[in-house]
Design a protein around this ligand. Structure first.
Ligand SMILES: Nc1ncnc2c1ncn2[C@@H]1O[C@H](COP(=O)(O)OP(=O)(O)O)[C@@H](O)[C@H]1O
Ligand SMILES: [Mg+2]
Length: 250
């Protein structure tokens, strides 16, 4: 079971979009996929319209040992989902006094060991205890970078945190790859930025670049993956290519 966390402590770079549509792309390839929403903003959950009063428990309750994954998991056509909610925003504070508070998600995953081919975790836009839980539970990280000026800004802080996690919490964690998103080929600046990212990270950067594509921004308001919303779009093409690169290993 490959457990991959999609991360960047910046918001708006395409983490949630990438988690959902890479998951759908892997599902198209025949794999059993679980998506885990670790962001208190619950954008992944809302994008798939899983948020309603129907769900009274979510990942927050799992982290607090008040629910099992099996109790809260939701079935979607393409994958299973562990939803989040605003409840989770209190977790950072509440978990402060819990021993080994970075291990809670990893421990919860023992329940699903080998039930899925891929577990994809959508991280919140910070480097707090929820992100540390994601990095400890995962065995791979994919860093999501927007193809914009300052894309690399703040990345050394992320790399420091990854190294600390590898040293203290999860020695098996590896950076599987870097994916550039929101790429507009007409903009010289975007081309330059992706060039810099490739110079800096070399072969770690996926060949697939996710283009700026309005269908990707529209799909969540229809509560659909890109493949359900517009299977012919550039977004569908790019995420299917990315899913294949991830499947093949980097
Ligand atoms: N490749 C893309 N093309 C067009 N819009 C995108 C693309 N990727 C993401 N978006 C839009 O940009 C916004 C931020 O993306 P999101 O995945 O929510 O980022 P994050 O999870 O990093 O905060 C959302 O409105 C999303 O629909
Ligand atoms: Mg997000």
């Amino acid at each position: 079971m490959r457990k991959i966390a999609f991360t960047n402590q910046k918001g708006g770079v395409g983490k949630t979009t990438t988690t959902i549509n890479t998951g759908a792309g892997l599902s198209n390839l025949g794999y059993k996929v679980l998506l885990v929403d670790m962001d208190p903003q619950a954008n992944l959950t809302y994008s798939l319209k899983l948020h309603s009063n129907r769900i009274d428990k979510n990942i927050y309750h799992v982290l607090k040992s008040e629910a099992t994954i099996e109790e809260i998991v939701i079935k979607h056509k393409s994958f299973d989902i562990i939803p989040s909610s605003i409840d989770l925003s209190g977790a950072e504070m509440e978990l402060v006094n819990i021993p080994a508070r970075e291990m809670l998600l990893k421990d919860a995953f023992m329940e699903i060991e080998s039930k899925y081919d891929f577990v994809l975790i959508d991280c919140p836009p910070n480097l707090g205890v929820l992100t540390l839980n994601a990095f400890t539970a995962a065995n791979e990280l994919i860093i999501v970078l927007q193809s914009e000026y300052l894309a690399l800004h703040g990345l050394s802080k992320l790399m420091d945190v990854i190294q600390v996690v590898q040293r203290r919490l999860n020695k098996d964690l590896k950076v599987e790859g870097i994916v550039c998103t929101l790429y507009d080929n007409r903009k010289n600046l975007n081309r330059e930025v992706v060039g810099h990212i490739r110079d800096y990270f070399g072969a770690k950067v996926f060949n697939t670049v996710i283009r700026d594509n309005v269908a990707l921004a529209e799909a969540p308001s229809h509560h659909k993956t890109i493949f359900e919303y517009d299977g012919e779009s550039n977004g569908a093409h790019d995420y299917q290519m990315l899913a294949k690169e991830i499947r093949n290993g980097h």
